[in-house]
Design a protein. Structure first.
Length: 194
């Protein structure tokens, strides 16, 4: 009987832990998937870093012959709660919280953060918030868009895709600049200019 009671208690504790594993608290309010940007901002305040981009996605249609493309607005917010707390990275889709990622410990000052700036620790495909977390605000940002047209033979419809590119530049020493290139918010490449 004791072992059955212990097992039930363990299962209950695990279920509460798992359900809150990807949530965190702001002002005693639980921040979890499904909340709006307004709700999160009212409880957590302004984020430390904000990035916005559009993504085009294929949507399943009832008629399998039809290929529906929808545009989704992605907002990525990062909260730094200081050196004794973890960084929280929130991903919103069309205004609703869809994903919560926990990063490293936060920072107290910009000089502390800049000592962590190391391009070798970033993997291709990393988000801009990860670079901001390690290196801070870049010395310079450049952004542009390219439009690609997909032929009707490939997609069965004439369709255009807009790709957003951005370069962030950091001065890493006398006469040295580190340039990070992003495509739709994800790291595409890194180069050094002397």
């Amino acid at each position: 009987m004791k072992s059955l009671l212990s097992l039930i208690c363990c299962v209950m504790v695990l279920s509460f832990t798992i359900s809150d594993a990807f949530a965190f608290y702001c002002k005693n309010k639980i921040i979890d998937k499904g909340l709006s940007k307004g709700e999160v901002k009212s409880w957590c305040g302004d984020p430390t870093f904000v990035d916005r981009r559009k993504e085009e996605r294929n949507k399943e249609s009832k008629d399998e012959k039809e290929n529906i493309i929808i545009s989704v607005t992605i907002d990525e917010w990062m909260y730094n709660f200081g050196p004794n707390s973890f960084i929280e990275i929130l991903i919103f889709e069309n205004g609703l919280l869809r994903e919560i990622n926990t990063g490293d410990y936060g920072w107290a000052s910009s000089s502390e953060r800049e000592t962590r700036c190391d391009s070798s620790s970033l993997l291709m495909g990393a988000a801009k918030s990860e670079l901001f977390l390690k290196c801070g605000e870049p010395h310079e940002k450049n952004a542009w868009e390219k439009t690609y047209r997909l032929d009707k033979e490939i997609t069965s419809t004439n369709r255009r895709i807009v790709q957003t590119y951005e370069e962030w530049s950091y001065k890493t020493g006398p006469g040295k600049i580190l340039i990070f290139k992003f495509s739709n918010g994800k790291l595409l490449g890194v180069r050094t200019v002397d």
